[in-house]
Design a protein around this ligand. Sequence first.
Ligand code: CMP
Length: 139
Amino acid sequence: MAIQRTLSIIKPDATAKGVIGAILARFEAEGLRVCAMKKIHMSREVAEGFYAVHAARPFFGELTEFMSSGPCVVIALEGEDAIAANRRIMGATNPAEAAEGTLRALYADSIGENAVHGSDAPETAAVEIAYFFAGTELH
Ligand code: CMP
């Protein structure tokens, strides 16, 4: 196991529900440390850039419309095996398949409006963190 960083996004459905604090408390309780954090409202273009890897998917339009529909909180998290730890805490992409007690089981409404995003690998984590944060903002 190694210390890693990962990007989390608290999505517009979750910020609208007033569960930012609950989600942050969960990350900290599970041993993930906040390196950088900000609340932003992405333009459609910024959301399209972030999810460019999904540009050919049929849900790309729906995804980028939703992600630019309201404010998000973007967070760089650090900890032991942080990428896998965050994915375990989030649960499955589809909340109908998410294990009990996971963030998506607790707070997500659908596969599209699924409360949180988390990086899926070290390479994507580095790209995703750099998309939102300068090196001097991470500490
Ligand atoms: P996320 O972890 O942010 O990464 C890509 C997102 O695409 C994913 O969470 C889902 O919210 C969304 N997504 C994946 N599959 C579908 C789908 N079939 N319909 C709508 N959105 C989807």
